[in-house]
Design a protein. Structure first.
Length: 691
């Protein structure tokens, strides 16, 4: 029987083609939404961390979805047969799976799972699906790395040290007495970190574990972090890693070298000693070369590292990407050890390229992305098969990441379709590129605009200017749930890459070196003006928001202009002096973002602090920050809030309990963030009859 299915508030009615009604008793028909709703956040999925089996016939990847019951991103493993494109789960249970890595012989899959509550290391045998739990650790292991012979796994693990103590003569507490908690004694430079809170005593160390079972054995020690990515030597007798092994390492935030630890003896040998940090060592398949990133550190706030290769026999180093003026991201060796494939940022997009051992770069016509769900930041991942085929996460303004595959020659082919069921029936915002020329120096400013569903160019729409953080980061034409939700509520949303943004080269990035905020404000106003010039913006309903560096520029902007009807300042820096001495990464900020120690340059810091302009502010302003933010501490937001209240400006504060700097790190918090922003704007949006 065929017919039409309708959903009503109190009944479902099936009407056959003959006109016969199969159910009655209906109060009112309920129209299903045709645009994006807040609850749709929980329906999103995206692909991540793909890799090939050694025979290049199967692709394995992380399928990430939103867990509405536990308010988190849930990760399972799926596989795709590349001959028949059969798509099926590999490890898909209620447990969260991460860091999956395949053994070089292709027979075993190592991964981290919280199957039993805590994050432990497991291995699954692919011939029969059997699993074995290999660890029972107190802390979660990271950087899983197989030995070349597939018999051992190396990983990093936080290893507790003895708690620091100054006073040790406390009287013995009587039985049954309830005393206050013992005071914490802190005597180290890096004592707290955003997302981790106050740090316990101890450091990341490297461990080795036989896959056949046994006890993890610690290879490194010392009062410095021995973490980061790992790489086995060709003979499987040593492991390469990057660190700064000086006791005052935390005062030198960009000064890592590459070392090698012998698995049998634990002896650590220094491999590189270059000016600036070396990181992410990766051995070539033939064992002759070590690739890594290296930064020529000039104490600039924006610097591009290079992809470098060392000949392990001669020690000769070749800088492969020095002429690119773009920072390399992930990089992977070709199977024949003759080239590397790497990602890099260019004009708001993550792209791929190949580079030979002589430094000849071949740019590929491939854009990757789709893994930054909240805001339209650059992102993306890829992998290379033994045959040279590349799989990558796709980039789209209307969908989070799917997987696509492309050979050395030929056209890309999409392998997955993870979100058509959730988004395909909805009218999403159309994203267009916006041409903007800076009024400061006639530079081209990258910008994009999202048009509300059902957009009519003859009508007038309210405008939201959304500003990225960083400040050395980049937005682009990418999927963004926050942007789409704003557009679904009837707003035109515009975002851009003002001076200082990443992906346009070092000169562009350093236009704000020791000069932030400055003319980046002018670039943003030029973006607003260019959007207004399109003719469909209601100039009485302009709104502005941004987070972190975008929060800085939002607060700065309302101190410069009254053109905005309302503003939302998310997790900002308001006072550079207080920020410099309360932020978690204060050794970095004081050395790279400032021309001197804070107490040496108070006038410079005040000149660039949004708080210096607070007396000009008339714009109704909402502050939005996580209460556990140690990157831009909530005390920054409190200063601005209290200053605004003192002078009678409409101001409010949204404090997100337990949230760190990533205030949209869970699905519900993303909804809270966007919902509060839009509610604030709606409060101050002028209605047509009052204009």
């Amino acid at each position: 029987m065929t017919g039409t299915l309708r959903r009503y508030r109190n009944a479902i009615i099936f009407t056959a083609l003959s006109g016969t009604v199969a159910a009655v008793s209906v109060q009112a028909e309920e129209a299903l939404p045709t645009t994006l709703q807040y609850q749709d956040t929980f329906n999103l999925e995206y692909a991540a961390s793909p890799f090939f089996t050694p025979d290049s016939k199967t692709l394995i990847y992380e399928r990430r979805s939103m867990d509405i019951m536990q308010d988190r991103t849930h990760t399972s493993l799926w596989q795709i047969n590349l001959d028949n494109h059969q798509h099926r789960p590999l490890i898909a249970t209620g447990a969260n799976v991460s860091q999956a890595t395949l053994s070089p012989d292709g027979t075993k899959l190592a991964f981290i799972s919280d199957e039993e509550g805590s994050s432990q290391l497991y291995v699954q045998y692919l011939d029969n699906g059997q699993q074995a739990k290999l660890t029972n650790l107190t802390f979660s292991p990271g950087n899983l790395t197989w030995s070349g012979d597939s018999t051992q796994l190396a990983f990093t693990l936080f290893t507790p040290g003895k708690p620091a103590s100054l006073f040790n003569d406390m009287p013995t507490k009587p039985d049954g007495a309830e005393w206050a908690k013992t005071a914490k004694f802190i005597e180290k430079t890096q004592y707290r970190s955003d997302g981790a809170g106050y740090l316990p005593e101890g450091f990341q160390q490297i461990y080795i574990l036989p896959v056949a079972g046994g006890t993890p054995r610690q290879l490194t020690s010392g009062r410095y972090p021995n973490g980061g990515s790992l790489a086995f030597s060709k003979d499987n007798k040593a492991i390469y890693f990057s660190t700064d092994r000086r006791e005052d390492y935390s005062l030198h935030p960009l000064d890592n070298d590459i070392f090698q630890v012998n698995i049998d003896s634990g002896k650590v040998t220094q491999v590189t000693d270059m000016a600036g940090p070396e990181a992410s060592p990766l051995l070539s398949p033939n064992g002759k070369y070590l690739a890594f990133t290296q930064l020529n550190d000039r104490k600039l706030s924006y610097q591009n590292a290079d992809l470098v290769v060392m000949n392990l026999s001669s020690g000769a180093v070749t800088r492969l990407t020095g002429d690119l003026d773009r920072a390399p991201g992930k990089f992977v060796w070709s199977n024949d050890s003759k080239e590397l494939v790497f990602s890099y940022l260019d004009q708001g997009t993550s792209k791929l390229a190949r580079v030979s051992l002589d430094g000849d770069i071949e740019k590929m016509d491939v854009a990757i992305g789709g893994q930054s769900l909240g805001r339209p930041y650059t992102s993306g991942d890829f992998a290379v098969s033994a045959k040279g085929t590349i799989v990558y996460t796709t980039d789209s303004t209307s969908r989070p990441a799917d997987l696509a595959i492309v050979g050395r020659r030929g056209k890309p082919q999409t392998l997955t379709d993870l979100n058509s069921d959730a988004l395909g029936h909805l009218n999403l915002a159309k994203v267009e590129e916006l041409n903007v020329t800076s009024s400061v120096d006639q530079r081209s400013i990258g910008a994009w605009v999202a048009l509300p569903p059902g957009f009519d160019a003859k009508k007038k729409y309210p405008l939201i200017l959304e500003i990225h953080g960083g400040p050395h980061a980049a937005y682009g034409p990418h999927f963004s749930m926050e942007i789409q939700l704003m557009a679904a509520k009837g707003y035109v949303v515009v975002w851009s890459n003002p001076r200082g943004s990443a992906s346009y080269g070092e000169d562009f990035g350093n236009l704000i070196h020791h000069n932030y905020p400055s003319e980046d404000y002018n670039d943003l106003m030029d973006v607003v003006d260019a959007t207004i010039a399109k003719g469909y913006i209601d100039e009485s309903n302009l709104f502005i928001t941004g987070g972190s560096g975008g929060g800085v520029l939002t607060a700065w902007s309302v101190g410069k202009t009254d053109r905005f009807a309302a503003a939302v300042v998310a997790k900002p820096v308001i006072n550079w002096m207080s920020f410099a001495l309360t932020a978690d990464a204060y050794p970095f900020f004081s050395q790279y973002w400032m021309p001197g120690m804070p107490w040496e340059i108070p006038d410079h810091l005040w000149k660039h602090s949004p708080l210096s302009l607070v007396g000009n502010v008339k714009t109704p302003t909402l502050l939005l920050t996580g209460e556990s933010d140690y990157r831009t501490p909530i005390s920054e937001s409190e200063q601005f809030y209290q200053a605004l209240r003192l002078q009678g400006v409409d101001a409010a504060m949204v404090r997100i309990p337990g949230a760190s700097h990533g205030i949209a790190a869970t699905p519900s918090r993303l909804i809270q963030k966007v919902g509060n922003i839009l509610a604030w704007f709606e409060r101050y949006k002028k209605k047509p009859d009052s204009q």
